[in-house]
Design a protein around this ligand. Structure first.
Ligand SMILES: C[S@@+](CC[C@H](N)C(=O)[O-])C[C@H]1O[C@@H](n2cnc3c(N)ncnc32)[C@H](O)[C@@H]1O
Length: 158
């Protein structure tokens, strides 16, 4: 598969996965967290499809498109582990989490996702949904939207 096709599959999986997750949580109470602001694409989509939810965002740098800068009080700038610990104190619970941290090195990315999994599980409300670009551990894996190949994106229920 060309890198262009691979990138298109990833972006479509993110959009379809986030919309699927929002549908699945329905009226479940809780905030959203986008782990990995990056350019701000997934954050921008989340705020469009879930305008009434608080959306926390974690990244070690603020380097997004100027139109996608999160409100200061919702942006946790720093290393993932520290920021997830901080978030656990700040939120009453997360109903939908999107995991999109990464270096682009598959081995390191998978290891980091496994290391951060317990901290993610801890902030989720029961029945909450995690949509992830990397495999996580310790949560129930579920089949995501039909449009997303199972090896492309991962889906979990807390
Ligand atoms: C693939 S990008 C996120 C893309 C973003 N979701 C979007 O749609 O534009 C990954 C981001 O995660 C951040 N990141 C990766 N590992 C991190 C870590 N351990 N702690 C904090 N931020 C991290 C990087 O700085 C980068 O901005």
């Amino acid at each position: 598969m060309s890198r262009l096709d691979s990138m298109m599959r990833r972006l479509a999986a993110q959009r379809d996965g986030l919309e699927w997750g929002i549908g699945l949580i329905g009226a479940l109470e809780g905030d959203i967290v986008d782990m990995g602001l990056g350019n701000g694409r997934t954050y921008d989509h989340l705020r469009e499809i879930a305008p009434d939810r608080r959306i926390w965002v974690i990244d070690r740098v603020l380097q997004c498109h100027p139109s996608c800068v999160p409100p200061e009080q919702d942006f946790l700038q720093g290393e993932a582990e520290d920021m997830l610990i901080k978030l656990a104190d700040a939120t009453a619970g997360i109903a939908l989490a999107h995991y999109d941290f990464g270096f682009g090195d598959k081995g390191k990315d998978v290891a980091e996702a496994a290391r951060l999994s317990p901290l993610i599980a801890k902030i989720m409300v029961p029945g909450g949904v995690v949509v992830s670009g990397q495999p996580l551990v310790g949560m129930e894996q579920v089949r995501g939207p039909e449009s997303v190949a199972p090896d492309r994106y991962c889906f979990y229920k807390a």
